[in-house]
Design a protein around this ligand. Sequence first.
Ligand SMILES: C[S@@+](CC[C@H](N)C(=O)[O-])C[C@H]1O[C@@H](n2cnc3c(N)ncnc32)[C@H](O)[C@@H]1O
Length: 242
Amino acid sequence: MTAVEAHYQNHLAPVYAWMVGGLEAAFEAGAEELDELALAPRAGEFAVDLGAGLGGHAVPLARQGMRVLAIDSSEEMLSSLRQSAVELPLQVVNDDLLNFRSHVPERPRLILCMGDTITHLPSMATLERFMTMVANAIPSGGVFVTTFRDYSKALEGEQRFVHVRSDADRILTCFLEYQSGVVTVHDMLHERAGERWTMRVSAYQKLRVRPDTLIARLRDLGFSVEHQTSGRGMVRLVCTRR
Ligand SMILES: C[S@@+](CC[C@H](N)C(=O)[O-])C[C@H]1O[C@@H](n2cnc3c(N)ncnc32)[C@H](O)[C@@H]1O
């Protein structure tokens, strides 16, 4: 099991739906983001969502009638997504997103890799390989959309402590530790049990992807790239295959 898989299994997956404000809120936010993208999905077209998680984008796409393949390596996230997928044209696969081509029976009109998933890849060389696979999979006129956090400039001092979500019984905070090429994200989860609080900490590394480097590479690979900012303060790249 990779460090990312272990982090999701032991730490993040059990509270992910809470972290995003509930499943329906996540589907609504995903639907809004898809509307902003104005992709004009047509019923029956084929889309792939890589690192689909709970289905924040896969579910609204399928609700709009696209045939969606959702891939993720966290069984905990996927068991929730499978329940959401009932009666939707949404196929759920547990695998590393790097193997996506072996699950794709036809060329997708749309590939998504959203919500800071590309930064989970183990190295810049792997990200480079992934971009090439995406470019080879998408037909001319097809679209690849990715959103990710720009960790290229290191935050300092107390800026490195990020309050993610809290309520009366739970607090999730991140601490960011910057190293060369990567940032270690320490997720601290405080939970109340009666009168007492417990704290669990789990850490994993994310890539410090520079948006301009990624954009240049995607252009080299034959995409025209639009650089936007997503609602959650992430970099959003909308890449159309020439
Ligand atoms: C931050 S969540 C984003 C989920 C969703 N895309 C969203 O926007 O809400 C990242 C997801 O990517 C998955 N993931 C990370 N690395 C992966 C890999 N190499 N292969 C497949 N899934 C991966 C995690 O299990 C997790 O569900």
